[in-house]
Design a protein around this ligand. Structure first.
Ligand SMILES: C[S@@+](CC[C@H](N)C(=O)[O-])C[C@H]1O[C@@H](n2cnc3c(N)ncnc32)[C@H](O)[C@@H]1O
Length: 264
């Protein structure tokens, strides 16, 4: 597994990558706006955000929720706490943060939450799904957002890295567009999916952004690459040559949101 404590331990760097993704997306609506729309946040609720990171999702959930809504974030990296608390509290919701390394058990009571949510995190701890159905209220909803197993192929085309057997490929197969419904339907009676179609495009003048994105992703692609290390010169050269030849790098980034109801 990748060294998460490094990859996700710097909230401002993670925020910058999140903004970079939005700048280069062909889908013009933010993924949170597009996929949270079917959910009802009109009542004050208790909401759990698994693998909450710096609060990318929780901030939007707080924006949609009435003041006083309690949004509990849980993440392996303690360093996310301050940014997470700030983003939620700024919206007049009540933020709580727990540091924990999730595996298959959640440190919460039965039927505690109205909603459990997880954006781009569940592939790190897919065995938690069974326990999510325990902590949800019977009328609660589990919402999760994940990638397709075909995501990011453009990174491999541009850099010449062999995609087979990478840490990233294994990670995506843990919980994906392709297997998500199957994994969820053992624990929820109703599972619906909506696809958010997206491609990231980097033109020649976007080389610096592409390299920044590559540097962030590299330790997830292959754990031999160290977080914050300089990019290997051969990858920089290959990326430049690819841009010179084709004029742009396109990266597949279709995501799926799952809406799970009636916990079994
Ligand atoms: C790709 S980030 C997504 C963060 C946030 N949900 C978002 O959408 O920006 C994955 C997050 O999951 C957290 N994470 C990974 N494995 C974990 C585990 N076993 N237990 C708890 N958190 C974990 C990481 O620390 C990181 O913040």
């Amino acid at each position: 597994m990748p060294d998460l404590h490094h990859t996700y331990s710097n909230p401002s760097q993670h925020e910058a990558i999140s903004a970079l993704i939005r700048r280069h997306s062909t889908h013009l609506t933010d993924v949170r706006q597009a996929t949270l729309e079917p959910l009802d946040f009109s009542d004050e609720q208790e909401i759990l955000d698994l693998g909450c990171g710096f609060g990318f999702l929780a901030e939007e959930v707080a924006r949609r929720s009435p003041p006083g809504t309690r949004i509990v974030g849980l993440d392996a990296c303690q360093s996310n706490q301050r940014t997470y608390m700030h983003r939620v509290n700024a919206r007049d919701c009540y933020a709580e943060f727990h540091q924990a390394q999730l595996h298959d058990r959640l440190p919460f009571h039965d039927h505690q939450f109205d909603k459990v949510m997880s954006s781009y995190s569940l592939y790190f701890f897919p065995k938690i799904i069974a326990d999510v159905s325990r902590v949800l209220k019977p009328k609660g909803t589990f919402w999760c957002l994940t990638h397709s197993e075909n995501s990011f192929a453009g990174i491999f085309r541009a850099t010449g890295i062999d995609p087979n057997g990478t840490t990233l490929a294994k990670l995506l197969c843990e919980f994906s567009t392709e297997n998500g419904e199957n994994l969820l339907s053992s624990h929820f009676e109703r599972v619906e999916r909506s696809i958010y179609r997206n491609v990231l495009i980097f033109y020649r003048h976007d080389l610096a952004d592409f390299l920044e994105y590559l540097r962030f992703k590299l330790p997830l692609i292959d754990s031999r690459f160290k977080h914050d290390a300089a990019l290997p010169p051969n990858l920089v050269e290959k990326s430049m040559a690819f841009l010179d030849r084709y004029g742009r790098i396109t990266i597949e980034k279709d995501d799926s949101a799952f809406y799970c109801r009636r916990p079994r």
